[in-house]
Design a binder for this molecule. Structure first.
Ligand code: ADP
Length: 437
């Protein structure tokens, strides 16, 4: 069964890994696409803005361009000043050029002869739409242009039929390519790192499941182990009864008494197991008012039990006013400690109990002069199924669950439990529980 669970847990690990990795990959992919889109949009938005603004005032720009062209061809000068009587309204970005065409697609103005502008041809298919064109410059390198072509109707220059506004975006494109490469490489590095992160997260998210699985496994193994002995004893005794059908109950009283003992033990064990398992989900204490009389009654009962077991019991009830606490849990806790003191002290041993309360906490002390607990065992006795001397404690009806139940109760009441040596021998258990007003 556990092998199956282990295999299942391994395949769960892979499935967790795949989920985390898929989420990381998705995030990186979306991030890369968004960053690239935003970058592209940012790079070209001012260019496109300039193109559309120029188109809005195309007549003025055509007039300026052609008048300058005519002036230059007459004087042979390369003046960049537009004629003072024609002023454009829009704002152009640097690097913007205008090519004016006649109806046959011949350029009417001269353009920079080193660039690829000369090699751009009129394209009337996508009028008023921004598009990308590529052309080779004089040294044979390809240049990229963002262009928009519109029809023109100039009263000054009637030959002018089309105008193409052009912005050279070769450098922007190069920079963009470089950024794209950097972004894609950075994302790829992070994507590779996410493989490691996914492995780590898959393990990390399974940790609490694995821990509780290990706990559960140990619990079931221990419980089955504990049940096996009394069941084997019972089976033995019952078989021996079966083999002698003519004998009377009196003849078999030893067998029956011992069977009953085992049944009683099993009942205690199963009740304890049930309590532990139920309370693992968390105990909800019911805080009520407890009067000093409550402890007096408990101590009187313990006195009787101690006498039955030939032990001397001393108690001290220092409570003068009521406290607020869970009655049932407190009584269970005190009984576990008292039971142990009885079980693990010698005949005629001395057991003493004391309760005392300040404004903030309740202190319960249980002392005995029994065999005591070694320092190494002190840290283990609160673990489930832990017994110092397995053979001896089993005879005494112990399953190693009492103190783990006590610890569970103390934890639920947000208190602490500790054990120290008694003088000259024996142990003292101390429980401190915070009190609420
Ligand atoms: P059990 O049901 O076996 O008593 P507990 O969890 O109550 O289980 O105790 C765990 C172990 O701690 C016991 O088996 C016993 O060896 C040891 N122990 C507990 N209380 C005492 C005590 N008062 N004196 C000596 N040993 C003790």
């Amino acid at each position: 069964m556990f092998d199956k669970l282990r295999r299942k847990s391994k395949s769960e690990n892979t499935s967790y890994f795949i989920h985390f990795f898929a989420v990381f990959s998705g995030i990186f992919l979306v991030m890369t696409v968004i960053i690239l889109q935003v970058m592209r949009f940012g790079i070209y938005s001012s260019v496109d803005n300039s193109l559309t603004k120029t188109v809005d005032n195309i007549e003025e720009y055509v007039n300026i361009t052609l008048s300058r062209s005519v002036l230059n061809s007459l004087t042979g000068e390369t003046s960049s000043e537009p004629p003072s009587d024609i002023k454009p309204k829009g704002q152009m970005v640097a690097n913007t050029h205008l090519i004016v065409y006649d109806k046959d697609g011949n350029a009417l103005n001269s353009v920079d002869s080193f660039s690829g502008l000369q090699n751009l041809s009129l394209n009337t298919n996508n009028l008023k739409k921004i598009s990308e064109q590529r052309a080779k410059n004089f040294s044979g390198q390809e240049e990229v242009y963002r262009t928009i072509t519109v029809k023109v109707d100039s009263s000054l220059y009637t030959d002018a039929k089309y105008a193409t506004v052009v912005v050279n975006t070769t450098q922007l494109e190069d920079a963009n390519d470089r950024y794209v490469k950097i972004i894609v490489s950075v994302m790829a590095v992070f994507w590779l790192l996410s493989v490691g992160a996914s492995v780590y997260l898959a393990k990390w998210s399974r940790k609490p499941i694995l821990e509780s699985y290990e706990k559960q496994k140990a619990f079931v193994e221990n419980a089955s182990h504990e049940l096996r002995t009394p069941l084997a004893v019972l089976q033995n005794r019952l078989e021996s009864l079966f083999r002698q059908p003519d004998t009377t109950i009196l003849d078999n009283s030893e067998n029956i008494a011992s069977s009953l003992d085992e049944v009683r033990n099993m009942r205690i064990l199963t009740t304890n197991l049930l309590n532990l398992a139920r309370r693992d989900d968390g105990i909800k204490p019911e805080i009520v008012e407890i009067k000093p009389q409550f402890f007096k009654e408990i101590f009187q009962n313990y006195q009787m039990i101690a006498e039955e077991n030939q032990k001397n019991f001393y108690y001290e009830n220092q409570l003068t006013k009521p406290i607020r606490m869970d009655k049932t849990l407190l009584k269970q806790l005190m009984t576990i400690l008292f039971d142990n003191a009885i079980k693990y002290s010698d005949s005629n041993g001395d057991i003493s109990m004391m309760v005392e309360a300040s404004d903030k906490q309740l202190l319960v002390k249980v002392a005995d002069n029994g065999q005591g607990i070694s320092d190494t065992d002190k840290s283990k006795i609160f673990d489930r199924f832990y017994r110092v001397d397995k053979a001896r404690t089993r005879q005494k009806g112990g399953f190693g669950l009492g103190l783990s139940l006590a610890k569970q109760i103390v934890d639920s009441l947000k208190g602490s439990i500790s054990v120290k040596d008694n003088q000259p021998k024996g142990s003292i258990f101390e429980v401190r529980l915070p009190l609420t007003k």
